[in-house]
Design a protein around this ligand. Structure first.
Ligand SMILES: CC(C)(COP(=O)(O)OP(=O)(O)OC[C@H]1O[C@@H](n2cnc3c(N)ncnc32)[C@H](O)[C@@H]1OP(=O)(O)O)[C@@H](O)C(=O)NCCC(=O)NCCS
Length: 197
């Protein structure tokens, strides 16, 4: 596991997570996810197989953060992978773009070569200190794709940390008020060109 100092050159540290490392630290990582998202306890058991499957996708990259030594408990986790047509998220977004009136040519331009920023979570006590920004930048550093796409729940007036972070980083609307199959909540799909400045 390689460690990378954050902007502040103090703790917390970013740690590059290998596939083996994320599998080993999955309970910790999922605990952060459940706490940060405010999901009911037990959600982690449903998500675990999905996160494990994601690790095997082409272009998977993961980053975490720890407060002291590299083996200290994670306080943040983020990962993503190369988007591809056979993926559920890709198909859903493709359908959403089509329903929004985009031409197939335009849709192909958006979806032909992107990194999906799939998960980004910071434990509540460590939020608001630049970790989310550092994780995002690390994850997107030297990616070969043309762009990065992500989805995030809609909130009134974009008033939460995730929205503030994405807007500060320059993410722009791709789809708004979009509902994925099986989830009633409206989401936004946001995107940013790569390389990431
Ligand atoms: C969203 C989340 C990952 C962001 O991580 P974070 O460490 O809290 O984020 P950061 O501190 O890097 O950035 C967020 C804050 O810094 C500000 N910020 C970021 N970059 C900035 C910059 N260059 N200059 C000034 N402010 C900046 C943001 O506006 C935001 O401000 P706030 O503290 O007033 O809310 C984290 O808050 C979280 O896990 N939230 C719950 C789960 C979640 O929503 N996950 C994303 C789902 S898609």
């Amino acid at each position: 596991m390689r460690t990378v100092a954050t902007d502040a050159e103090t703790t917390p540290y970013l740690v590059d997570l290998s596939p083996q490392e994320i599998r080993r630290r999955l309970p910790e990582a999922l605990a952060i996810y459940v706490e940060a998202m405010g999901y009911p306890r037990g959600t982690e058991y449903h998500r675990a197989p999905m996160w494990i499957e994601h690790v095997s996708r082409p272009g998977w990259r993961g980053v975490g953060a720890v407060l002291s030594t590299p083996d200290a408990p994670l306080v943040a986790v983020a990962y993503g992978y190369h988007g591809a047509r056979n993926q559920w998220w890709h198909q859903q977004v493709r359908d959403g773009l089509r329903k929004s009136g985009y031409t197939d040519e335009h849709i192909d331009g958006i979806l032909d070569d992107y990194f999906e920023l799939t998960e980004l979570h910071v434990t509540p006590s460590a939020q608001g200190h630049g970790l989310g920004r550092a994780l995002t930048r690390r994850l997107l550093q030297d990616r070969p794709e043309k762009s990065v796409l992500l989805s995030t729940p809609e909130v009134v007036q974009e008033e939460n940390r995730a929205w503030r972070l994405y807007r500060r980083l320059g993410f722009e609307d791709v789809l708004r008020n979009f509902t994925f199959s099986g989830d009633r909540r409206p989401f936004a799909v946001l995107g940013h060109a790569l390389p990431f400045e």
